[in-house]
Structures are given as structure tokens and as C-alpha cells.
Design a protein around this ligand. Structure first.
Ligand code: 7TS
Length: 406
């Protein structure tokens, strides 16, 4: 991979922040966008901005075609069987809420169990807490190993015939742990449960095949994979989506409407009420074109080497605690002992280095790690080895600075 050429496609990367070349290492929060994605969206607004699925005029037809072509690109990208299984949402959060409320609420009852892991993002936790409270279902957790991984034998012990829904992230946004979601899905299915996979942190970084995973639902956000904010995907097996009642109703999602009742459109539109984020969907299609042009396997192996370098460099710094397993995807979470993560982040920012400090929307995980927050540096394929070295240097300087102050 020719990183210097790739970086030219991302105009935002070429700037100084606080007098230093920007080193953007907050990709798990959101990725940057290549010119092709930005230009595709500008092109929509400048040349054929129209609503979809209604006007039969030329611009309306063009907008509808592009919007549906993007859906087909997304289908191929995650290897779904049919376009009917690709529902546009605003992002992972909305997708998970649709599953919890549109699928879970009507099917769960007292004593049923929902099982998740302790490393879930709040988006894959709070909807289940809410649905459990409303239905009398029990929310259970897989035990987590010291190194932030899940052990399959313990997964097996936790899932039982009471389990109705298992929902797990494929990659942890805090630890970088890659969970064995395919194996967990198999165990869930043996007990008659459905498997939901949160792909927010995996889809941008590795090849996804929802059929090989045998996921019943798989969700992700466009903005973490070069696309715009406000667009995401809910993939579901067709028979499950068919059985779901829409929780949002109105325009776009109907077939026939009378004064007292209505019938629903076919999938996928049944679950897409209202005017959608058309530019966003088309932009996500352009993002997928870009990713595929590089190749997901290529991206994965390049990021693996970047992440290994980061892990090695940081583990050599005395007084730095690293969280999570040695084998991880795309990020490092750490603390400098005795220095607040926000101070670390502010010090790095003064060097032009953007990282995130906080609980990363995973407060229960923080209590497992016995800390309140961490600093997280998260990578994408446009990051370079030099930037990882800048991070390590920045951390050393921060440590020394605070060491002198204290
Ligand atoms: N699931 C995981 C694993 C995530 O990392 C995130 C966002 C979400 C769900 C929610 O995605 P959204 O697009 O609907 O907001 N994670 C982060 C993060 O780690 N820092 O900022 C957002």
C-alpha cells in the first residue's frame, strides 16, 4: 500500500493543527472522507438532488437509481443474499434500537434471556436494558477474561435454552478485541437463539460475510468507513425482517392506505419510513467503492502491522498501562499512570495528535478494567508508521512533563 498516495485522497489530513502536522488517530470515533466520497455527495446536490421512489421526472429517477445502486453495493460488500435484507438507518445506534424494539420487544417475555458481553458499546447495551425492563426478560453477560477476550467454553455455559437473543460486538471499540462471533452464532443457534452482531468497528477494517457468519442481524455505521454521518445499515435475514413490525410508520413504507388502516410496502422499504438520507446512502456507496479498490484484506493486514508497532512501542514505555489482548484490531487503549486521560489527550493535541480520552461509551467495561477512562489511539489505513512513532514520542514527552510537575 502506498500510504503517501492514499493520503492525497484525504484533503483533511494535509493540515497543521496547533502548529504541527495533524496526526489523526481517532478513527474509531469517525473516519475521514476521501475526495471521491465528498465529490459524489456534492454531485448529487449539484446535479440531481430529488426525492427517491416518487417523482418520475428525470432527476427523481436518477436519484432513485443511484440510491438503490448503493444498496446493491452494500449488499455485495457484506455478502447478503438480497437487497431486501439491507435496510438504511441513521447508523449503528438506530439499527440496534430497531432490532431491540422492532424484534425483541414483541418476542421476549418474563424469564427469557438476552446475552451480551461486558465490552459492548452503550448502543448495544441500553436498548437491551430497556427492552428487558419492559418485557421482564433478563439481561445476562458473558464473563470476560483478564485480557479482555471471551472464552468459548464460558460462552457455551452462559447460553441456554432460555436465551432468545445474543448480541455481541465483532470488534471492541475500547480494547480492539476481535470476538469469535461466528462460533458464538453457532452456539446461539444450537440453543434456538438469534445472533446480532455489532459490526461498527469491524466492517471498516476487515472483510465481512454475513452469510458465512450466519448472523441473523448485522449492523454498522457509514461514517466509520469513509462515508458520511447519518447513514448506517441494518442487515437482517429476510425471514426475520419480514416478521418484524415496523416501529416507524408514515410515508415511503406503505403499500395502500385507507382512512382506518394501511398495509406495508415490501422489504426493504417497509422499514424505511420517511425521506431517507439520500446523499448519505450514495456517499456510502462511493466509500465502499474506495475501500474495495484498495481491498479489505490489504487494509486489514496493513492495519495489523500498524497496530503491532503501536502496541510494541507503547509497551516499552515505563508507566504506561495497556488494556486488552495482544492480538487486536486497529487501536490501542492505555493510561499513563498518575496522569488523567484528558490531560494526556490535551497534551497530545497540542502536538497535533488527535486521540480520544474518556469511557468510550462503555462504562460497564471501564469498571471491569478498574479505571474510569482511558486514552485511545485508533488507526485507519491512511495512517503511517511515522504517525505511530509521533504518538509514542508524544506519550513519552507527556509522561516526562507530568512527571516533572508532580
Ligand atoms: N457500536 C460500536 C462497537 C461502536 O464503536 C459505536 C461507536 C457504536 C456502536 C455506535 O455507533 P454510531 O455510529 O451509531 O454512533 N463508537 C464510537 C467510539 O468508539 N467513539 O465514538 C463513537
Amino acid at each position: 500500500m502506498d500510504i503517501q498516495t492514499i493520503r492525497k485522497d484525504f484533503p483533511i489530513l494535509n493540515q497543521q493543527v496547533n502548529g504541527h502536522q495533524l496526526v489523526y488517530l481517532d478513527n474509531a470515533a469517525t473516519s475521514q472522507k476521501p475526495t471521491s466520497v465528498i465529490q459524489t455527495m456534492v454531485d448529487y446536490y449539484e446535479r440531481y438532488n430529488s426525492n427517491v421512489h416518487r417523482g418520475v421526472h428525470t432527476l427523481g429517477t436518477l436519484a432513485t437509481d443511484r440510491y438503490e445502486e448503493a444498496r446493491e453495493k452494500i449488499r455485495r460488500f457484506i455478502h447478503a443474499k438480497s437487497d431486501k435484507e439491507i435496510i438504511y438507518t441513521t447508523g449503528t445506534t438506530q439499527s440496534l434500537n430497531l432490532i431491540a424494539y422492532g424484534y425483541g420487544l414483541a418476542r421476549l417475555g418474563k424469564g427469557d434471556e438476552i446475552v451480551i458481553s461486558p465490552m459492548e458499546h452503550h448502543a448495544n447495551l441500553i436498548p437491551w436494558q430497556q427492552v428487558a425492563q419492559k418485557t421482564g426478560a433478563v439481561l445476562r453477560y458473558f464473563p470476560m477474561e483478564e485480557d479482555g477476550t471471551l472464552a468459548l467454553e464460558k460462552v457455551r455455559e452462559t447460553i441456554s435454552n432460555k436465551t432468545k437473543i445474543v448480541s455481541v460486538t465483532e470488534v471492541s471499540n475500547v480494547l480492539g478485541t476481535v470476538n469469535p462471533v461466528k462460533e458464538i452464532a453457532k452456539i446461539a443457534h444450537e440453543c434456538g437463539a438469534i445472533m446480532v452482531v455489532d459490526g461498527a468497528q469491524s466492517t471498516p477494517h476487515m472483510a465481512v460475510d454475513v452469510q458465512a457468519l450466519d448472523a441473523d442481524f448485522f449492523v454498522f455505521s457509514g461514517h466509520k468507513m469513509l462515508g458520511p454521518t447519518g447513514i448506517g445499515i441494518l442487515y437482517g435475514k429476510q425471514e426475520l425482517l419480514e416478521a418484524m413490525e415496523p416501529i416507524e410508520t408514515g410515508g415511503e413504507m406503505i403499500d395502500e392506505v385507507g382512512f382506518q388502516s394501511a398495509t406495508w410496502a415490501e422489504l426493504p422499504w417497509k422499514l424505511e419510513a420517511g425521506t431517507p438520507h439520500i446523499a448519505g446512502a450514495i456517499g456510502l456507496g462511493a466509500a465502499i467503492d474506495y475501500l474495495q479498490q484498495i481491498g479489505m484484506d490489504q487494509i486489514q493486514s496493513y492495519e495489523e502491522s500498524l497496530t503491532n508497532t503501536a502496541y510494541e512501542l507503547l509497551s516499552q514505555i515505563d508507566g504506561v498501562t495497556l488494556y486488552g489482548p495482544g492480538k487486536r484490531s486497529g487501536l490501542v487503549s492505555f493510561n499513563i499512570n498518575g496522569v488523567h486521560p484528558h490531560d494526556v489527550s490535551t497534551a497530545l493535541d497540542s502536538e497535533g495528535i488527535a486521540v480520544r480520552a474518556g469511557h468510550h461509551c462503555a462504562q460497564p467495561l471501564m469498571s471491569c478494567l478498574k479505571c474510569e477512562s482511558t486514552v485511545r489511539a485508533s488507526f485507519y489505513f491512511y495512517n503511517s508508521e511515522d504517525e505511530i512513532e509521533a504518538l509514542a514520542k508524544g506519550i513519552k514527552e507527556t509522561k516526562e512533563f507530568f512527571g516533572h510537575v508532580v
